[in-house]
Ligand binder design. Sequence first.
Ligand code: ZN
Length: 150
Amino acid sequence: MSELRELYQEVILDHNKHPRNFHEMPGADRQAEGFNPLCGDQLTVYLKLGADQKIEDLSFVGSGCAISKASASLMTDALKGKSFSEAKAIFEKFHSMVTASPGLEAPDGLGKLAVLAGVCEFPARVKCASLAWHTLNSALDGSSEAVTTE
Ligand code: ZN
C-alpha cells in the first residue's frame, strides 16, 4: 500500500507543479469562481460548450495548496469532451470517494482521479479536493455567484 501511496503522491505533486489546462480562456461560454477560506484556495474555472451539451474545453487558474491544484488539474483532464450528465456522474463518484471511510477501495471509472482517494483520511483536505468540482458544477448550472466551501 505504501508504494501505491507514494505513486499517488507523485502524481499529485506533478499536477501541482505542472497543472494541466492552467490558463484563462478568452471567449469561454461559462466561468465560475470558487474559494475555500479554510485553506485559502482560490480558483476560476472556464469552460466552452460544444454541441449536445458537451464540455468542449475546460481550464482553470488560481492559487492554493497542492491538493486543490492537483484536483483541479486532474478534473480538467478527466472531464474534457464529456457531456454535462457524464461530468456530474463523475463528480458524484469523486465526491463519494473523498468523503468515504478510509480504507475503502476507490470506485471504478475514475481513472487517474483515484490518486486523490487518500484525501478521505484528512477531512480538512476534502474541501481542497472538491473545490474545483463545486466550482465547475456552478459553472455548468450557469450560476454567477462565487462558490465558497463554507
Ligand atoms: Zn487547500
